[in-house]
Design a protein around this ligand. Sequence first.
Ligand SMILES: CC(C)(COP(=O)(O)OP(=O)(O)OC[C@H]1O[C@@H](n2cnc3c(N)ncnc32)[C@H](O)[C@@H]1OP(=O)(O)O)[C@@H](O)C(=O)NCCC(=O)NCCS
Length: 146
Amino acid sequence: MSVVIEPMVAADAQRCAELESVLFDGDDPWSPEAFLEALAAGHHYLSAREGRSLIGYVGLARVGSEAEIHTLAVDPEHQRRGIGRALLRAILVHTQGATVFLEVRTDNDSAIRLYRSEGFDVIGIRRGYYRPSGVDAFTMRRQAHQ
Ligand SMILES: CC(C)(COP(=O)(O)OP(=O)(O)OC[C@H]1O[C@@H](n2cnc3c(N)ncnc32)[C@H](O)[C@@H]1OP(=O)(O)O)[C@@H](O)C(=O)NCCC(=O)NCCS
């Protein structure tokens, strides 16, 4: 079955929050309400589906001439299939020439490797950024011209 990437809808919020609690346990996972607020605010959120199952998602906000990746996640049972990269590339289409920033745990080697390979560089570190875990974050940036 093929994976389809399409705009997230309100009905996806519950499933996204379920994946959040699995993938970001200890780092203040988002609730369904947080996803609904992001959608209501007009931010760009995409879902990856296989059949009727939501197996990944990504979210980005435009802030003036800059953009911020809010989240990127793939169901553990579907990781390493290229879905994370496909979601990231699809959301970067919405940056319309903006410089893109994100935060990532300094111990998240998989995500850091993915972001580097898509043009992001580490530009700083935020000590104790994640709560309640207290883990540090790298700030990464992808320049506008890419
Ligand atoms: C990070 C994440 C979204 C990647 O999704 P994915 O669908 O598994 O990634 P892909 O299959 O598209 O792989 C893309 C690249 O990521 C890197 N990568 C992904 N998983 C990796 C792993 N287990 N080990 C090493 N590198 C890995 C590789 O560079 C890979 O490229 P390659 O296959 O050419 O080597 C996924 O691991 C995830 O959901 N992690 C938990 C949530 C999270 O950490 N999100 C990021 C928050 S900032």
